[in-house]
Design a protein around this ligand. Structure first.
Ligand code: HEM
Ligand SMILES: *[C@@H]1O[C@H](CO)[C@@H](O)[C@H](O)[C@H]1NC(C)=O
Ligand SMILES: *[C@@H]1O[C@H](CO)[C@@H](O)[C@H](O)[C@H]1NC(C)=O
Ligand SMILES: *[C@@H]1O[C@H](CO)[C@@H](O)[C@H](O)[C@H]1NC(C)=O
Ligand SMILES: CC(=O)N[C@H]1CO[C@H](CO)[C@@H](O)[C@@H]1O
Length: 324
């Protein structure tokens, strides 16, 4: 009976939501205001709990949104398990053995559906909100931004596209910029969003080349990393991307780069000390936390707007790991 009532309520609310005009193709901050007013609060509380359990989870949730958006848009495709019809993105090289947070997304989905008594909040939106909340929890209020909502979930995913569309850590500056431009982003977004590496960890296999062979790396910084990341073996050993404050969303990452202490080759590509436009942005954000907070939010919104499925496109998944 309870289930039937909630189904009827869900149906009526869903119908009311259709009558309230929303322009399709456009995301809006109050998409769930009528459909499920509790949604954002519930997501935030589950994210907070997950980060209290394990501070790294904030980083993992932020990265999940990036990896979702860069592969055919922010459509929750990254969450899909492999099926007979497609091999999903989870086993693509940039994701295999390193992308995390899927359990937390499931936990959020369950809590949100229960609170809404209805399946209305898409997995793609959950990932976007969880990323925003993670940043705000680890960085403080200035790092919060009005996340835009109304994305539907994809019914497919592509292992191939994940391999092609996500930038690897050995990319040069020109390749990184080209990759971001191919996603409708520009140099400023590349620098700002790379600032996401102010939190989280990376595996030895992603920075081995850099610490043994790069020349633009602080030598004692490199030496200190070689113990945990030998020339061969230890591929899964991790190190913080921002060695100073790996669980604080701050501007330290940009300061690290100015001391040639970027962990990844791709990080250090953004600062070479040659006075380039990229160098100048790194310096600017390194010493202006307020502007970093403001502009990071703007770039996240831009990234979150990439090719969303809206209106009748896609679906709201019942289970984030599989299509309905
Ligand atoms: C600019 C190109 C980028 C490259 C080449 C890159 C590469 C990487 C690599 C190699 C790792 C470590 C993965 C592993 O251990 O296997 C990583 C981790 C991470 N990346 Fe990026 N990334 C880029 C941009 C971004 C962006 C735009 C964001 C978010 C706005 C982001 C957020 C993160 C976070 C938070 C982690 C740590 C995740 C964790 O600890 O679970 N990255 N990235
Ligand atoms: C594969 O696609 C077909 C046709 O679209 C569909 O009927 C079937 O349920 C799909 N199988 C899986 C495992 O998703
Ligand atoms: C690294 O960890 C993954 C599981 O996350 C495991 O499958 C793999 O074998 C490990 N690789 C090494 C070299 O230990
Ligand atoms: C460093 O570069 C040399 C020459 O290109 C290569 O043979 C070696 O494998 C590289 N070492 C690492 C750890 O990547
Ligand atoms: C990854 C992938 O193949 N995505 C496609 C899923 O299907 C929609 C149309 O329904 C395409 O637009 C996507 O490119």
């Amino acid at each position: 009976m309870a289930a039937f009532q909630s189904f009827v309520l869900c149906f009526i609310l869903g119908f009311a939501a259709i009558l309230i005009p929303t322009s399709t193709g456009q995301l809006t901050p109050d998409f769930y205001k009528y459909k499920c007013p509790q949604a954002l609060g519930v997501i935030k509380s589950v994210v907070l709990r997950a980060i209290q359990r394990e501070p790294r989870m904030g980083a993992s949730l932020l990265r999940l949104h990036f990896h979702d958006c860069f592969v055919n848009g922010c459509d929750g495709s990254v969450l899909l398990d492999d099926t007979a019809n497609f091999t999903g993105e989870k086993t693509a090289f940039p994701n295999l053995n390193s992308l995390r947070g899927f359990d937390v997304i499931d936990e959020i989905k369950e809590a949100v559906d229960k609170a809404c008594r209805c399946n209305v909040v898409s997995c793609a939106d959950i990932v976007a909100v969880a990323a925003r909340d993670s940043v705000a929890i680890l960085g403080g209020l200035p790092f919060s931004y009005p996340v835009l909502l109304g994305r539907n979930d994809a019914k497919n995913a592509s292992w191939n596209d994940a391999n092609i569309d996500l930038p690897p850590p050995f990319f040069s500056f020109a390749q990184l910029l080209g990759n971001f431009q191919s996603h409708g982003l520009e140099l400023k977004d590349l620098v700002l969003l790379s600032g996401g590496h102010t939190i989280g960890l990376a595996r030895c296999t992603t920075f081995r080349q850099r610490i043994y062979n790069d020349s633009n790396i602080d030598s004692s910084f490199a030496a200190g990393l070689k113990n945990g990341c030998p020339v061969s073996g230890g591929d899964n050993n991790t190190q913080p991307l921002d060695y100073e404050t790996p669980t604080r969303f701050d501007t330290q990452y940009f300061k690290d780069l100015q001391q040639s202490k970027g962990l990844l080759h791709s990080d250090q590509e953004l600062y070479k000390g040659d006075g380039s436009e990229s160098d100048q942005l790194v310096k600017y954000y390194g010493s202006n936390p307020y502007y970093f907070a403001r502009d990071f939010g703007a770039s996240m919104i831009k990234m979150g707007n990439m090719k969303p499925l809206t209106g009748a496109q896609g679906e709201v998944r019942l289970n984030c790991r599989k299509i309905n």
